[in-house]
Design a protein around this ligand. Structure first.
Ligand code: HEM
Length: 366
């Protein structure tokens, strides 16, 4: 028996793929061109979600090893950068969608009710893989997106498959957990969490950082007061920013049991961001930049989708029953990597940082 010679059509399963745009009628000929476009854009984005979820799993797996070798970090960055490029491309799909006019969309919108992107299990999979917390998830009325998918499992095989996908991902570790574990192990002034005097090194780093930070804020405040004698409220804001920097670095927002771990994790994050020009920290800082970019791009995607929806249906109720654009706008406030955003508020210029100890550890050895 001879091996079959590969050909383009068979390899890409184009026969099956091009049969999948028949809509509810299962017959593409019965669809107006606008509806075919509507289906294809959704399917294209679902394929991209598939790639995103695969890359996120690869990035998470590499970062969640008990010790992550230095040469592994570029691989993690590689997977995340691919996610970012796909997200940028995904945003552009809405331009194509906008060639559909509001009136033409109304021509077939009614028949697809109550189907909605709200039921996209791959979108939920992406959110869960990234590490969205239950508190961060937006509900409309009492409808929780995950519970909604659970109910959909009763609607037939496709609903059951979507729910199985979401159930499975809920048992997996998240990228956020992997990232936190890795940040926790950041060497601070050359000290590792397993070193006997690590607690003292970390405490001293946080204390000296805050001391310099307070001085930095005081200088800004004095400058403002000198140029604006009635700067009452602003003075208060400067005082608050000192208090919130301390609350962040001392992890006052978590339970006393979890506090030491979160303190060290945030200290690791701050250390990478502050001493980012050190050779050993070059890839770690790129990793953090890439995660921030990823979250920024998901927010841009959400916002771009909401603006496209507003252009298409105004302030109408969504086919999924939500308040439509109002609901979507609420989702643009979701933040998963909250610490990566928060650390920006407590950063300082290079020349105000506490002096680096053990510089040779970070690649300056002669
Ligand atoms: C004419 C085009 C579109 C309109 C009018 C539209 C409208 C809406 C509305 C109103 C919602 C809120 C839930 C609801 O009540 O239905 C929603 C959610 C959603 N849509 Fe679209 N959409 C469009 C195209 C797309 C496309 C092309 C995608 C790509 C996959 C998409 C993916 C989603 C997702 C993932 C959600 C859930 C968002 C979340 O809960 O965070 N939509 N859409």
């Amino acid at each position: 028996m001879t091996d079959a010679v590969p050909n383009y059509t068979d390899y890409l399963k184009l026969g099956q793929l091009l049969e999948l745009q028949g809509g509810l009628e299962n017959d593409e000929q019965q669809l107006i061109p606008d509806e075919l476009l509507f289906i294809v854009v959704h399917q294209a984005l679902e394929l991209w979600f598939k790639i995103i979820n695969r890359e996120l799993r690869l990035a998470r797996d590499q970062l969640s090893a008990p010790t992550v070798a230095e040469e592994t970090v570029p691989h993690v960055v590689h997977h995340l950068r691919r996610v970012n490029r796909v997200l940028e491309l995904a945003v552009d799909h809405f331009k194509v969608m906008e060639t559909l006019t509001p009136q033409d969309f109304l021509g077939f919108r009614e028949k697809i009710t109550p189907a909605s992107g709200f039921q996209s299990s791959q979108m939920r999979e992406m959110e869960i893989l990234l590490g969205i917390g239950s508190k961060q998830r937006v509900r409309y009325g009492k409808v929780d997106p995950i519970e909604h998918l659970e109910k959909l499992a009763e609607s037939g095989p496709a609903g059951a498959c979507a729910w199985a996908r979401v159930q499975a991902v809920q048992t997996e570790a998240t990228f956020q957990e992997a990232l936190r574990g890795w940040l926790y192990r950041t060497p601070i002034h050359g000290s590792m969490p397993t070193d006997p005097d690590d607690d003292a090194v970390v405490s001293s780093f946080i204390a000296s950082y805050l001391e310099n930070f307070n001085g930095f804020i005081d200088r800004q405040c004095d400058k403002l007061k000198a140029s604006m004698p009635d700067a009452g409220d602003s003075t208060k804001r400067f005082a608050e920013s000192k208090a919130s920097a301390a609350a962040f670095l001392y992890a006052e927002d978590t339970s006393p049991e979890d506090r030491p771990r979160l303190q060290r994790t945030r200290a690791g994050l701050l250390f990478i961001e502050s001493y980012r020009t050190l050779p050993l920290l070059a890839w770690p800082r790129l990793l953090l930049d890439t995660v921030v970019e990823l979250e920024q791009l998901t927010l841009i995607w959400r916002n771009r989708h909401a603006r496209m929806v507003e252009r298409m249906i105004g302030r109408r109720v969504g086919t999924g029953g939500s308040s439509g654009v109002d609901y979507l706008d609420q989702t643009t406030k979701i933040r998963i990597f909250t610490d990566l955003w928060a650390v920006r508020t407590v950063m300082m210029p290079k020349d105000t940082l506490p002096p680096l100890k053990n510089p040779e550890f970070y690649g300056f050895a002669k």
